[in-house]
Design a protein around this ligand. Sequence first.
Ligand SMILES: *Cc1c(COP(=O)(O)O)cnc(C)c1O
Length: 433
Amino acid sequence: MDLLARDRRRVWHPYAPPQAEPLFEVVAARGVRLTLADGRELVDGMSSWWAAIHGYRQPEIEKAVATQLARMPHVMFGGLTHEPAVALCERLVDWAPGEFERVFLSDSGSVAVEVAIKVALQYWLGLGQPRRNRLLTVRGGYHGDTFATMAVCDPVNGMHDFFAGSLAEHIFAERPSCRFEEPFEEAHIADVKRLLEVHATELAAVILEPVVQGAGGMWFYSPAYLKRLRELCNDAKIPLILDEIATGFGRTGEMFGSDHAGISADIMCLGKALTGGTMSLAATLVSKDICAVIGKTSPGALMHGPTFMANPLACAAARASLDLLETTPWRARVANIQSQLSTELEACRDLPGVADVRTLGAIGVVELEQPVDMARVQPAFVERGVWIRPFGRLVYTMPPFVTSPEDVTALTDAVYSVIAEVHGNRSNVSPGP
Ligand SMILES: *Cc1c(COP(=O)(O)O)cnc(C)c1O
């Protein structure tokens, strides 16, 4: 049986029924190229979901992981510590905007957000206010697929229908309607203000993605909104959790999404590009004030501890990736990708069925009026030699920072032609998932 048939029999893929859609066997990845089993090479336009910012098989990261592999691939983190973890946590605290004191390392972004929520709840327990257990967030967000994180994902496209009875009920304000480049007005945040007042005694924290809402809709909103939200949280004395799992490490043109607004979080989540896409690793950074409360009150500990916490291979990969962010001109590269994406995707605006085109940093988005037909669109991208994976009504690319201008053009050409040829004249296709 060939691999695809074996896969269809035994394997689940993200958000996909086993028989649903075309599937491609990938056998190698290097630089910005994925090699398929049939020998075709694809320019990667996804960075494996925000992660592979330096491209694949980056030699420095590979060397760091190999060196660590020969020493100690993994060891439990309860009662033991190691240099790769300590050095990484120090580095993250140095880099992150704000007054963070401590870092909790975990193995995925969803868990990092779970930990952030737990920290917020423990903070209020410590302050003797256990009834503060609800979160305020904005619509259109995405924070992960586990139960606590699903409960703060957008209630419409975030699976709330399927699991309604099992999810905590949090408070949703309107999506920040003010686009990244638009002037912010107080009216844009009025709903948040109102909800902060209505739920003043039950809120544990505010959580959102800074400046870019990722998987919840690829929406870019004004940094001034975020700045104002920081003030509102300060006034209400409610911790602000910034989920920088997608925005962290340069993707939006600044090191962190919150840098656009010059603000910092009380609790910050990192993941995805943390290891340059090599290993699974995530981090939750916690402010001095919150650490102090958790440390001084019963149980005195943060009640969490994944088996593979602080995996040394992942920590080594992360340090090598941070080194690369120090030594490579990522800022100029991201700026170049941004200007190229915004120029070259502009043509899509005139295509039938296109609702919006937007770019920020190394992220380019074409929003359609109807969901894409994945069964046709996915092979069409592969035929054009690129790996772009749309979802819903969004065709988008977020290439590795090291992508050459020619390869960026290959991506934008493919986006244009696939939308024009496959999507533009769709007849009786069924809407995608
Ligand atoms: C991807 C993502 C997560 C979840 O991370 P996983 O590693 O997939 O669990 C959480 N928040 C944001 C903003 C993300 O983009």
